[in-house]
Design a binder for this molecule. Structure first.
Ligand code: HEC
Ligand code: HEC
Length: 232
């Protein structure tokens, strides 16, 4: 015990002198700087009113959803994921019938930025928020995909592009962009979400599409290839 305490003290001293991140309590950081806009535990009330009123996406299953590397980098340099905000009806001015909806950018505030050490600590705390009841390991089979066939599925045959973009600026804006899905999201999460979005939130407006498992696997394989700068 004495030895352990001594080495812990030495470790702390080394971290302070090198300015390493491990001294920051990520869980505390989430509580003090993030919960005003994000759920980090399953909400007691999962009614429609909560979904409409929430200020940011749910993070209580973040550890089963995100890639840690993406979190660390995005928290330091956040980009727009939901082109029309977290609740698109609040930021979209619905156009005349037949014309496109217009996003009122003034209603979208930039995301708070973290320094490198805080971002790493917050990412660690988020990665600890796993939800095995929602996302089972191995849900994605990892079979090779036919790029043009699966792109056709996403963009045309299954209607995903009416709400999502697979290429920056192309596609719908009422769902999160998926043009960086391969950087951002774990494939097992994508499989489970595409299969049954209402498992994650009973009122979310992505429809539960009656897709075959083969289609879900192909769509996820395709989305996993979409990465920033990959030119897709
Ligand atoms: C003022 C409200 C607000 C605060 C405070 C805030 N966020 Fe956010 N956060 C948002 C909104 C809004 C989005 C959605 C951005 C988008 O989709 O473009 C978001 C998105 C995210 C995402 C991506 C989620 C996803 O599902 O795509 C992560 C991760 C995140 N925030 C982490 C944090 C962390 C960590 C903190 C605390 C250090 C924090 N946020 C503080 C409003 C906030
Ligand atoms: C009617 C609009 C709509 C359609 C059609 C739709 N989605 Fe979604 N999708 C959403 C919304 C809304 C969310 C979650 C919103 C949020 O987290 O803020 C979502 C979430 C997702 C996610 C999780 C992304 C994340 O960042 O958490 C994936 C993956 C996804 N959709 C894939 C698909 C695929 C594949 C299809 C076609 C088979 C599809 N979606 C069709 C609206 C749609």
């Amino acid at each position: 015990m004495k030895y352990l305490m001594t080495s812990a003290l030495v470790a702390t001293a080394v971290m302070v002198s090198t300015g390493a991140s491990a001294a920051i309590d990520g869980a505390e950081l989430l509580k003090s700087q993030c919960v005003a806009c994000h759920a980090i535990a399953k909400p007691a009330d999962s009614g429609l009113a909560r979904l409409l009123a929430r200020k940011g996406p749910d993070l209580q299953y973040a550890g089963s959803k995100f890639n840690r590397e993406w979190l660390v980098s995005w928290l330091q340099n956040p980009t727009v994921i939901r082109p029309a905000g977290v609740m698109y009806t609040n930021a979209v001015k619905v156009g005349e019938p037949g014309s496109a909806d217009v996003v009122d950018a003034a209603k979208l505030a930039p995301h708070p930025k973290l320094g490198a050490a805080d971002a790493a600590a917050a990412a660690d705390a988020l990665m600890a928020l796993t939800a095995e009841d929602l996302v089972s390991k191995g849900a994605f089979k990892g079979e090779p995909v036919n790029a043009s066939m699966s792109s056709l599925l996403f963009n045309k045959l299954r209607g995903c592009a009416s709400c999502h973009s697979a290429k920056p600026g192309v596609g719908g804006s009422s769902g999160p962009e998926l043009s960086t899905a391969g950087d951002r999201l774990q494939p097992d999460y994508m499989v489970e979400y595409i299969r049954n979005p209402q498992k994650f939130d009973p009122h979310v407006w992505m429809p539960r599409l009656e897709l075959t498992d083969a289609d879900v696997q192909k769509l996820t394989g395709y989305l996993s290839t979409l990465k920033q700068g990959a030119g897709k």
